[in-house]
Design a protein around this ligand. Structure first.
Ligand code: NAD
Length: 349
């Protein structure tokens, strides 16, 4: 079938990554052209051999272009998406999809009216570290996972320019938070029951430079999600507790392990250890016979790559892997996290 010709809107960090890599490597999808509001970015794209449009109108008027990727600052997603959909183009939009659930509602209404595919690039559903935790969650190899801790820690503060500004959708909750929340809700097959949140403003920006949120799900699972940008020592990317074991993934390099209970722990005959200025049985390591240490499983996604799926949705009416209802739930959850922080209260649903 005919390949899908795409326009990349925004040739910054992420747009150029799509143009040079993600779209280029995808079967049946092609970068037909690039548009950026900044002439320097347009020149950069041109010097790399991309077909560059001087104006958005000119690009969207090109009948050969069937779909656009929106990879511009967050506050511009809404208007660009509406303009592209009304020009008859399908849309792949970078995360966070919009600044608010109201904005998303308005875009989805246009997509429906124009009968065009609108999909969000929630690419971290394909991250190997996440897929490992999801496999443990689904296949219960360390028993039911009941507590999940998902963290990303950096020490570089908030990068760039627009990410510092509220009106442009800056801050870490909208930036990294949307990825970690998307992973968690894609994995845990149960509605969120309550939300507690604490946003951090230690670096003096008008937007959050990190946050901790604690979610409880109706099925009893609890999740802590944390993003930090002033963490000179990182905590592990994932720490997951199951009924029969614990999993740790240190980083995106997938270093980590599972420790699984294999035998009975004799609660009556524990040997105390010296701990600081005291003795403890409770915190003594379980006996070697009672546990085994295993490598993390190797996992590949059991669902298509995002551009393969985007193509399939447009050409064959396939079901989107990133569903707009899911994206809406995440945006509403983000709004609840802001509210829980502002009111310093736990929100119950
Ligand atoms: P960036 O600042 O590096 O690039 C943005 C580009 O958009 C710039 O070249 C700018 O000139 C251009 N631009 C701004 N307004 C425009 C407009 N109205 N029309 C056309 N071009 C315009 O930002 P970035 O880091 O590439 O982020 C862009 C988007 O990608 C954001 O929504 C961000 O959240 C998302 N992103 C996603 C991931 C991911 O892993 N999915 C990673 C990074 C960024």
């Amino acid at each position: 079938m005919k390949q899908l010709e795409m326009l990349v809107i925004g040739f910054g960090g992420m747009g150029s990554y799509h143009a040079r890599g993600l779209i280029k490597e995808a079967e049946n999808v092609n970068v037909f052209g690039v548009y950026d509001i900044d002439s320097k970015k347009r020149s950069a794209a041109q010097s790399e051999g991309f077909n560059v449009y001087e104006t958005l109108e000119e690009a969207l008027a090109d009948k050969k272009i069937e779909a656009v990727l929106i990879a511009t600052p967050n506050d511009s997603h809404h208007d660009l998406a509406v303009t592209a959909l009304k020009a008859g183009k399908h849309v792949m939009c970078e995360k966070p999809v919009m600044m608010s659930s109201d904005e998303l509602e308005s875009v989805l209404a246009v997509a429906e009216k124009e009968n065009k595919t609108f999909m969000v690039h929630q690419n971290r559903r394909w991250d190997d570290d996440f897929l490992i935790i999801r496999e443990l969650y689904q296949n219960k190899s360390i028993g039911d996972l009941f507590q999940l801790e998902s963290r990303v820690h950096g020490a570089n503060g908030i990068p760039g320019d627009w990410r510092h500004l509220k009106e442009q959708g800056g801050g870490m909750l909208l930036d990294w938070g949307v990825h970690l929340l998307d992973q968690m809700l894609f994995m845990v097959d149960s509605p969120v029951k309550s939300v507690a949140a604490d946003l951090s403003f230690v670096l003096g920006d008008e937007v959050d430079d990190g946050f901790i949120t604690y979610l409880t799900f109706e099925n009893g699972v609890r999740a802590l999600i944390e993003v930090g940008t002033s963490n000179f020592v990182k905590l592990p990317r994932w720490y997951a507790k199951g009924i029969e074991g614990t999993a740790i993934i240190e980083d995106w390099d997938l270093s980590g392990r599972l420790v699984k209970q294999t035998g009975e722990i004799d609660h009556h005959n524990l040997t105390p250890i010296q701990a600081g200025q005291g003795l403890t049985k409770t915190m003594a390591p379980p006996s070697e016979e009672a546990t085994t240490t295993l490598p993390l499983p190797k996992i590949t996604a059991d669902f298509d790559e995002i551009y393969a799926n985007f193509y399939d949705c447009i050409r064959n009416g396939a079901t989107p892997i990133v569903k707009n209802t899911e994206v809406m739930t995440i945006l509403k959850l983000i709004e609840s996290i802001f509210e829980a922080h502002e009111k310093q209260t736990v929100l119950h649903f």
